[in-house]
Structures are given as structure tokens and as C-alpha cells.
Design a protein around this ligand. Sequence first.
Ligand code: NAD
Length: 364
Amino acid sequence: MVIGIIKEEDQRAALSPDVVKQFVNAGNEVLVEQGTGETVWFGDSDYQNVGAKVASTADEVFKSVDVLVSLWPLSEEQWTKLKSEAVLVSNFSPYVDSTIPDMLQQLDFTVFSMDMIPRTTLAQSMDVLSSMASIAGYQAVLEAAQVLPRYFPMLSTAAGTVAPAKVLVLGAGVAGLQAIATAKRLGARVEAFDTRAAAKQEVESLGAKFVEVEGATDDTSAGGYGVDQTDEYKSKQRATIAEKAASSDVIITTAQVRGPKAPLLITRKMVEGMKPGSVIVDLAASTGGNCELTENARTVRHNNVTIIGDSNLAAKVSLNATQLFSKNVYNFLNIMITEGRFEPDWDNVIIKESCIARPELVDA
Ligand code: NAD
């Protein structure tokens, strides 16, 4: 099989040279667009040294590959350049835009969305959502620390004692837990909130305080994801968050429910009640944001509070993000490629749930 990657508008690359080597050793050819790894400090020669071929343009990759791996979906124009019956592996977020699978179904490709891989123990090594969320949680704290006009740790100096920064983390899933761990390592005092009952123990095990709001909707059948809450719960939650926000120096928001829109947790009024110089980092920016004033992919200032809206912070840790994404893709493709042939077992739940379009479905 010929597996290809192209240069994308991202600081990561879709496959690292290490993983390319594994694909080549397993009997595949790998085609890499020139310059693909430059933002990760991988030169073309790093890919060539492990057996990949370097193509001078993306078009050259499109016309030759059986499997195209990308971090982001291709544009419609790029799709037209692929061989028919190509296999696409990317992140399509069909739970955000439900029209995507229907649109892809019109084409002659087999399409896998890595972000649809079930969150099960068996699929853990392929879970790009967790890999990227964990890095984003870490980076979110560093972004806040860069902007905050104060220390994170408590310090006793000859000139007096500096109190530790107060960090509030909203949403204690993979990103939130990594944000908590990172803020704790930097010495901040950390509180966290999540609607999932299971999150309390995880938050406390990291040494942070769990903020309790009673009456959350049971989420045990939601596959580990948060669920939408009642209006009564939301208003109790808002009152609690408003009180906590007013005394926080940093708020990291990571709350998501599986759907097109992130829950709104921080209102304009809450931002206006925060201390001057405070920072909000909103990882849910691309799905509307957890803060009313968030602008996606932008940093804005309101009432002396800085609001960083960025859902792609993992890309800033480009080397580790590339390594983990690549490994996830390798582990995923490995269950479908046998001795250079693409032979998916359509009864395998990981393959079935992550496949969002395939030609056979049209014929059936
Ligand atoms: P996510 O990105 O979908 O959401 C982030 C967090 O936001 C979740 O913890 C969610 O409960 C929380 N949230 C939703 N609505 C909220 C609200 N109104 N207020 C506050 N918080 C809210 O979640 P995720 O990080 O992808 O993880 C989701 C779950 O999946 C977790 O339970 C995680 O442990 C589990 N998980 C399991 C596996 C596995 O078993 N392989 C892998 C990864 C994650």
C-alpha cells in the first residue's frame, strides 16, 4: 500500500519519521510532501533515511496514495485529486457537523475519522482525542502563566510572602486533569469542577479541590462523556462558578458534551467580576467556547481580563503531539493493513464506529 502525508496548516505533521519507518518495515511505501515535517524540525532527509519517498507537491501525493493520513480534512478541491477508492484517515468531527458523513458518502472513498474511535480500553492506543487533549491541558496552563502578571507558586522572600495563584479548571476530563496536574506542579492552588460524578475522585487524587454542585444528570450511559444538564442545575452551577471565578487568577475551561456546541459556563457578567489581570484559557473555543466572550483562535481582552480562545493548543507542543498522533494512527491502521493489503474486519467495533463513509454502503 502507498501511504501518504502532506504539508498542512498546522505545527504538527501527521506522521513522524519513526512511525513512517514502522510502516515501511511492514512492507508499505510512504510518500511525504516536501517540507511536511519542518515545523516539527523533521527534515525531508529524516523521512528519506527511514525509507520514505519525498514528493515535490501535494498533488503528486494525492495521485499516488492508497491511504492518505491528515490531521485535518482535505478541502473538496483536494478530494477531486485523489485516486478513486482511496482511504482517508483524518479527524472529521462528525458529531459537530452531522452533514459530513452524508457528504463524504457521495464520494468513492473509505473514510475513517480518528475522533470517532470508541473510548474503550482496547482502543486506548489509538485515541487521538486523549493524546491531543492531554497536551492541550498542559499547554493551556503554560499559556496562562505567560500572560498572568503574577507567580503561580507561593514564595517567601525577604521582601514579603507571595501568595500562590488560584486556578479554576472547568471540565475535568483528559485536558482538565492534565491542566490540574500542570498547575499543581507549578505550585498554584487549584479547584476544579465537572458534572460527571466520577471526576471528583480523579480531581482529588491530583491534590486539587473538587467544587460540588448537587443535582447533575446521570451520565453513566454516555460512554464517559458529559451530558446536557437541566435548567435548574445550570443556574445552580452558574452561581457557584460566578463565586469561584471572582476569586480566581486563572480559569481553564475544557467542558464539552458530544455535540455541536460546548456548554456556556462563564458569562460576560462573570468575566466582569474577575480581578484585573486574570486570564481565561478556553479550550472549547472551536465549538462556541465555554466563555461567552471567547473568540475562536483569538486572544481578546475584556475589562482587563485576557481570554485566550484556542482549541488547537496541542499543536504548539509540535514534536510530542506529532509523535503521539502518529503512534495512534499506526496502531489504528495496523489492525486493518495485513502484509501491505488493506483488509478491515467490518465486524470490529473500532473499525465500524470510526468509519464514517465507504463505497460499499452505497451499493448495499
Ligand atoms: P470531553 O472533552 O468530551 O469533555 C471534557 C469534560 O467536560 C468532561 O469531563 C465532561 O464531563 C465535562 N463537562 C461537560 N459538560 C460540563 C459542564 N456543563 N460543566 C462542567 N464540565 C462539563 O471529555 P474527555 O476529556 O474526552 O473525556 C471524557 C470521558 O472519557 C472521561 O470520563 C474520560 O475519563 C473518559 N475517557 C476514557 C477513555 C478510555 O477508556 N479509553 C479514554 C479517554 C477518555
